[in-house]
Design a protein around this ligand. Structure first.
Ligand SMILES: [Zn+2]
Length: 310
């Protein structure tokens, strides 16, 4: 898979499609905002793109009442900036999610890709060099605390919640989507990062989840995590040692959460590292950042030519 994340249907679909072909993209990860445009979805199939519909699980918008959010260890709601997470014991929320998965399994797309399928954390503003004691643990509401006690550890409970959702989503997709694939977005932490935080705090157990997914999409946004480009390679190597499923790293090209721009040479290094350690799979975050920047477009044009030669 080589392509881009797209969160809205472009104003000029013909022009966008022509650009995607010229950049050698064969894959699109589309947001929920694109799924009701049937003509657009059909066109993407006709054009030969492999289309993944992104399915957020626990992310709440700013309008959702705080009482539905997960609870941190100190009793505050799981809310920081735009990152707001629903309590994982909220049965109504989950049953609505599974209904959506059932309906979306029938859409004209090739795959559903689960996003925000984890416990709360504003990981985008953390760096792996931070100590694990700054991580926020959830959920300590009454219901979750009771559930937790049935397990040998909080970590085990968290993984079982996430694995259970992946398992059920997989069975719904297989039943109603037939050959549709299922992807899963992961936080870009290695098994050793934050002392095993991906599993213990976020509930993302790569080995267990491998049973249900066709591919993982780690968000290897090295610049926002303030790491070197080499972190992308280390992360992908760590993942591929733990799963035999396809790994499709997501790469950022524009700065987020930082004042410093990403030098174009650094973007080039990030792309090369992701492609070489990710078995030529890569998805860019996101189309607007490419389409609105001539230098980035030019860089991807060069990359496209290299990919053709391989
Ligand atoms: Zn809870």
């Amino acid at each position: 898979m080589y392509g881009v994340k797209l969160y809205a249907v472009p104003d000029d679909v013909d022009s966008a499609i022509q650009k995607w072909h010229s950049l050698n993209f064969d894959t699109l990860f589309i947001g929920q905002g694109c799924k009701n445009d049937t003509a657009f979805l059909k066109r993407l199939q006709q054009e030969g793109f492999f289309v993944n519909l992104i399915e957020p699980v626990f992310l709440a918008d700013e309008k959702l009442d705080e009482k539905f959010l997960a609870v941190t260890k100190n009793g505050s709601p799981a809310s920081q900036s735009w990152v707001r997470f629903v309590c994982p014991s909220n049965k109504k929320w989950l049953s609505n999610f599974f209904k959506r998965i059932k309906n979306d399994s029938k859409l004209c797309v090739n795959s559903l890709s689960l996003d925000f399928i984890r416990f709360f954390q504003f990981w985008e503003i953390l760096t792996p060099a931070d100590t694990s004691d700054i991580l926020q643990e959830t959920c300590f509401c009454k219901k979750c605390t009771k559930q937790m006690k049935k397990f040998s550890s909080e970590a085990e409970w968290r993984c079982s919640v996430i694995n259970g959702i992946a398992k059920k989503a997989r069975s719904i997709i297989t039943k109603y989507g037939k050959t549709k694939q299922m992807g899963l977005h992961t936080v870009p932490w290695k098994s050793t990062t934050f002392n095993g935080g991906a599993k213990k705090i976020l509930g993302q157990d790569l080995e267990a989840l491998s049973e249900y997914v066709d591919f993982f999409t780690p968000m290897t946004y090295h610049h926002m995590m303030k790491t070197d480009v080499s972190y992308i390679g280390e992360l992908l190597d760590d993942f591929s040692e733990r799963t035999d499923k396809k790994i499709v790293p997501s790469v950022q090209l524009k700065k987020y959460y930082r004042d410093e721009d990403i030098p174009m040479e650094e973007n080039e290094q990030a792309i090369n590292t992701a492609l070489s350690h990710g078995n030529n799979n890569l998805v860019f975050f996101q189309w607007n950042d490419i389409d609105t920047n001539q230098d980035i477009t030019a860089l991807l044009q060069n990359t496209a030519e290299k990919i053709i030669k391989q």
